[in-house]
Design a protein around this ligand. Structure first.
Ligand code: FRU
Length: 465
């Protein structure tokens, strides 16, 4: 399979061939980041899901390994998680070497049941053995899925959803084999779409020695950019019960950030999450040749006090990249094309809007197409406009402007990662994030900056290869 297709990203994981959706079983283990993922290698649409597998030492360069958990006619391997059972609580490893344990949703394509099953590995995730007594958690439900397991005291906690009820269920276990219901959270926040792929994270609060617990919940509809997206709740864990202390917030205001969960045992500070860069509205319809679907960049999380509440801050894991263009303290009025061409690059900009009403960037600029990142100073918003970004007419909901509220005023700091078929925008060090897929032509590689309605000052603009 060729790797030089214009739409295969460089720093984002894509499968060699076939379909990809959710990240699964994220874990940092024995010096490697393991990324498993919902995969149908033989088709470009969602179907009988297997777990694909890839490893990396830097979260940017990935080596794809053979399919880890293949689908069978009777069992599709839906989303779940992997933990390192270092203390061998399960007894499935040896006392010297605890096993890796995966808990995933067994989807029965005939009876439509969803139950949680276990497989384990004693060779660092290369081969997996099914537990003899699967499933380990079955309540006879048809929308009970996406177990995410975390360490809890001497034992374990599992969070998963009753998708249709819009609840997150917490179960506890001493050994990963026997699960007891502990508590339930929801419905709360956004309930228009069914709930999927929950995670429970401890996140440090910047500038303090404190931390709070954050519950991530993917929602299949009603997200700010339309369709599927992610909400989060900041709160506390009391024994095995989650209690929110704030209202729900949105994790990403773009259209294409879904099913993100954290890496088990990620070296700190703070958790590292990664999501699927698509939207169930049109995931099966986006332009594709030999693969369809990509992960987002991995993002390190912290919490920050903002207007009397804690907000999640997301910092992408990036390749520093050689500086190919740099500008400091230049006035900007109107649109200026930059002397660089790039289909993949990282732009860091600090803009003082001055008297301008709108400032921003055009990326992937071609004769008749461009993707625009625009800060509307008066409205206090930042947006990605992909209405003219290239191929947009494969789905009625794709061409759109996605807008997020901007916190603070004055100098705007933007970090924009463009990678062939995606744009990830981090504003104010990651306080506000928008992630969008785009499908421009291969020749659309121009970059421009603009200020409208007045004069702005580009305090700093750096473009990295
Ligand atoms: C989320 C999801 C999960 C499910 C998986 C199936 O995108 O719908 O709830 O386990 O995808 O592929």
């Amino acid at each position: 399979v060729s790797t030089d297709r214009h739409d295969r990203p460089r720093d984002h994981f894509t499968p060699r061939r076939g379909w990809l959706n959710d990240p699964n079983g994220l874990i940092h283990h024995a010096g490697e980041w393991h990324l498993f993922f919902q995969h149908w290698p033989d088709a470009l649409v969602h179907g009988p899901m297997s777990w694909g597998h890839a490893v990396s030492t830097d979260l940017l360069d990935w080596t794809e390994l053979p399919v880890a958990l293949p689908a069978t006619e009777a069992e599709h391997m839906w989303s779940g998680s992997v933990v390192h059972d270092g203390a061998n609580t399960s007894g499935l490893g040896t006392d010297d070497e605890g096993p890796l344990v995966a808990l995933y949703t067994s989807f029965d394509p005939v009876g439509l049941g969803q139950a949680q099953s276990l497989v384990w590995s004693t060779d660092d995730g290369s081969t997996w053995t099914p537990y003899a007594d699967n499933p380990v958690l079955d309540i006879g439900a048809t929308a009970f899925r996406d177990p995410k397991v975390l360490r809890h005291g001497d034992g374990w906690l599992m969070v998963l959803v009753l998708a249709d009820e819009r609840t997150v269920e917490l179960y506890r276990s001493p050994d990963l084999l026997r699960w007891e219901h502990a508590s339930s959270f929801g419905p709360a926040g956004s309930v228009e779409g069914v709930w999927e792929c929950p995670d429970l994270l401890r996140v440090p609060v910047e500038g303090t020695h404190e931390s709070a617990v954050v519950l991530l919940v993917s929602v299949l509809g009603g997200a700010p950019a339309g369709g599927s997206g992610m909400q989060y709740f900041v709160g506390e864990l009391h024994d095995a019960e989650f209690r929110p202390t704030q209202d729900a917030q949105w994790l990403d205001h773009g259209a294409d950030f879904y099913a993100a969960v954290s890496y088990f045992a990620a070296p700190g500070p703070g958790p590292v999450v990664q999501g699927w860069m698509s939207n169930w509205l049109y995931a099966n319809d986006v332009p594709a040749t030999d693969f369809r679907g990509s992960m987002t960049l991995a993002r390190r999380l912290s919490l920050r006090q903002r207007d009397g509440r804690l907000v999640l801050v997301q910092r992408p894991v990036v390749r520093p990249g050689e500086v190919v263009h740099a500008v400091a303290d230049e006035e900007l009025a109107g649109t200026v094309m930059l002397p660089v061409a790039a289909r993949s690059c990282r732009v860091v900009a600090e803009v003082d809007p001055g008297t301008a009403d709108r400032v921003g960037l055009h990326v992937r600029v071609g004769a008749a197409e461009r993707t625009t990142i625009v800060v509307d100073v008066r409205a206090g918003t930042v947006a990605i406009d992909r209405t003219r970004s290239g191929a947009v007419d494969f789905h009625a909901d794709f061409p759109a402007l996605h807008t997020a509220p901007l916190s603070g005023d004055g100098v705007v700091r933007l970090e924009v990662v463009v990678d062939e078929s995606s744009v990830e925008v981090f504003v104010g060090d990651g306080e506000v994030v928008l992630t969008d897929q785009v499908f421009p032509g291969a020749g659309s590689d121009g970059l421009a900056v603009f200020a409208e309605g007045g004069t702005a000052v580009l305090r700093r603009l750096t473009i990295h290869a």
